[in-house]
Structure formats: C-alpha cells, structure tokens
Design a protein around this ligand. Structure first.
Ligand code: NAD
Length: 350
C-alpha cells in the first residue's frame, strides 16, 4: 500500500508530548489502554510475518540507548529508547523515547511521535494482555513493587483489561509510593500503601515488579512466592539488570516476547541457555496453553519488544487522522524533479 504519492508535499505528521497527552484525554486513558492491547494482540496473532531482531543496544556504565526496529512488510517502525536508572536523581526520566513509522513501498516516514508516554501505555497494555491469558481466574489484587513512572499505567491497564480492584504499593523510596497513591486516588482502584515488599504481596494474585536498578537485584526472593500467582516482571530488561531470585524461575512457567532478546535481557539471563520458555504470541494465537492449573506460577518475563511499539505506532497513526492532535514536519527533502535536489537548494537561496 502506498501511503505517499509523488505529488504530495511530503510533510510528516508529528505527535508532540503535549499532543499525545491531549489525545489520551480525548480518548480516555482506560479506553486507550484497551485499544492498545487490542492492537498488540492483533500483531501478536500475525507474529510470524514480522521482521524480528533483538534490539540494538549501546551500553554505558550509567545506562543504555537502544533502537528497536521491525516491519510487517507494509509498514516499518522503530523506537529510540534509553534506560538510565540514575536519571531520576538528576531530575530526568529513567526511560524516554520517540518513534517513527514508515511506508515500506516508498520508504517515506508517515509518522514521528513522542514515545515516552506511549511506551508506558504500551508496556502496561501488554502486561495486562499477558495477565488476561496467564493470571488466575478472577485475579483482582496486584502487588506493585516499584512505584515510579510506569506504576500508575500498569495499575490502570490491569483495571481496564482484567478488572483489577485493588493495588498494594511498595517502593524502597516512600515518596514514590506516596506519589503513586496520590495519582491513583479516585480512579476506581483501592490503593493500599505498604512498608515492605512482603506486606505488598499479601493476598495478591498478580505480583508486578517494576523497579530500576542496574544490578542483579532480588526484589522477590524465592520464599516470597507461593503457588498459583502470576508474576509480571517488568524491570529486568537489560544484561546485568534483573529483579527475581533464580529459584522463582525454576518453579514458574515462563512466558516471553522474543526469546533471542529475552535470553540477553530478561530474568532468564540468569538461567542456562536452553531454559524452557513459551513465546507469548503462541498463547495468544491459540497454539500453546497459558495457565493450565490453579497452583501453577506463571511469569511474564517482559523486556519490551519492537512489535509492541509497532502496534502502538500503528494505533497512533490511525487515531490522529481527522484530529488536531499533531503538527506536520517538513523533514523530507522533496524536490518536484526527484533528481534535482541541488536545484531545489539553489532556488531556496535568498
Ligand atoms: P522509575 O525510575 O521511574 O521507577 C523505578 C522505581 O523503582 C523507583 O521509584 C525506585 O525507587 C524503585 N526501586 C528501585 N529499587 C527498588 C527496590 N529494590 N525495591 C523497591 N523499589 C525499588 O522507572 P520506570 O520508568 O517506572 O521503569 C521501571 C523499570 O521498568 C525500569 O527498570 C525500566 O527499564 C523498566 N521498563 C520495562 C519496560 C518493558 O517493556 N519491560 C518498559 C518500560 C520500562
């Protein structure tokens, strides 16, 4: 499908942070989380036709900068994203991102957008989509360990998609828990602030770990995890950065996005290379089983994969049509005579 024609002035729709926030309020955040989960689910069902590669990561002592590309043959998308746990102490975000969608036929970009907020939404929507297939039936209480930038999004997606009723918050920094509890006031989820991770997991059927620390951390130790729960492990997403004791992985059925990437970045980096995992897309496509019993521990070892960003880019492209929630960028040189790039430059002179 051609998305641009030679006679079009090749302006590229751009969604700024401000326009993204307005768009979210226009659609309604819970509706948008449900919509995004729907787009991700649709793309997971056609997983095999995508180009797939582990993301391209450039590591430094303080963080990582990554490119996440994929294509379904008609559109091509990539996200630029960083992960810098030390940033919050300097008043900066741990994770920021922007992304681009292009037409495979012409190679021309068709969308440029902020993706810091969109990443929080797509990560949360993907977590809740996974929980829909993996969490115990009727799960309505979640422990949320790590109450930073992602935490409210994670909570609201679980409410919007699987009907979460109660969230139990814990963060090593009490100010983060206070912030999260304040932000969730009046949004239809009971909020319980906890002083220890042990207290947070009390009575929860879903355990979400969403901390940021560049080390092999043990946010959950083996003896904290009883049978029958679903673990939504979000924060272990880089080599040398994990959140769970290895013993938990041995007792769980582990579901992943793209194994070649997760084996490098996920909780399973702690396990042997042939450690058995199930690809989440196969569960969603009905080829493999998700939860099979009441006592089973299911674990979504989330690292964030390019197809989820592609789905989010696709959604934004579809949803901004006919709205004012974007501007147009003159970012492609587009001379009338395609071979006269130099002439166009000359004509622009004074
Ligand atoms: P953030 O820095 O805003 O919040 C992290 C929180 O974790 C902070 O409040 C911090 O105090 C808390 N924390 C750190 N160590 C802790 C510990 N031992 N116990 C309890 N709390 C602890 O970061 P964020 O943007 O919310 O991201 C959280 C994590 O999720 C990061 O590691 C990020 O890389 C990851 N992430 C993963 C995906 C994905 O797709 N899987 C997407 C986005 C972010």
């Amino acid at each position: 499908m051609t998305l641009t024609t030679p006679s079009d002035k090749a302006l590229v729709p751009f969604v700024s942070v401000d326009n993204m926030m307005q768009l979210i309020h226009h659609i309604g955040i819970e509706q948008m989380l449900r919509d995004l989960a729907g787009y991700v689910e649709e793309d997971f069902k056609r997983w095999e036709l995508f180009d797939k590669t582990p993301r391209v990561a450039s590591h430094s002592d303080v963080g990582v900068i990554e490119l996440m590309p994929t294509s379904d043959g008609e559109a091509y998308g990539f996200k630029y994203v960083n992960g810098h746990p030390k940033n919050t102490s300097e008043g900066l975000q741990t994770v920021t991102a922007f992304g681009l969608l292009a037409d495979v036929y012409t190679g021309y970009p068709v969308l440029l957008t902020e993706m810091t907020i969109l990443t929080a939404l797509r990560t949360a929507a993907t977590s809740a989509m996974a929980a829909k297939y993996l969490a115990p039936k009727g799960a309505d209480t979640m422990a949320m360990i790590g109450n930073g930038a992602q935490s409210e999004f994670q909570t609201l997606a679980m409410k919007a998609i699987i009907g979460l009723k109660s969230v139990r918050l814990y963060d090593k920094d009490a100010a983060a828990t206070e912030k999260c509890a304040r932000n969730l006031q009046g949004l239809g989820v009971e909020v319980v602030s906890c002083k220890t991770p042990e207290d947070a997991i009390e009575g929860a059927q879903i355990l979400t770990t969403c901390t940021a620390d560049k080390q092999y951390a043990t946010i959950l130790t083996d003896n904290m995890v009883g049978s029958g729960v679903h673990i939504n492990a979000i924060g272990g997403d880089c080599p040398g950065k994990t959140e769970l004791a290895a013993g938990i992985l041995s007792r769980s059925d582990v579901f992943v996005e793209y194994p070649p990437q997760t084996r490098i970045e996920g909780e399973i980096q702690q396990m042997p290379e042939d450690f058995a995992v199930t690809e989440l897309w196969e569960v969603i496509a009905g080829r493999k089983q998700g939860r099979t019993g009441d006592r089973q521990i299911t674990l979504f070892d989330s690292v964030g994969f390019a197809i989820e960003d592609f789905s989010a880019l696709r959604y934004i492209r579809d949803r901004i049509k006919g709205t004012g929630y974007f501007t147009e960028l003159d970012m492609l040189a587009d001379p009338d005579d395609p071979r006269d790039l130099f002439g166009m430059l000359q004509r622009a002179k004074g």
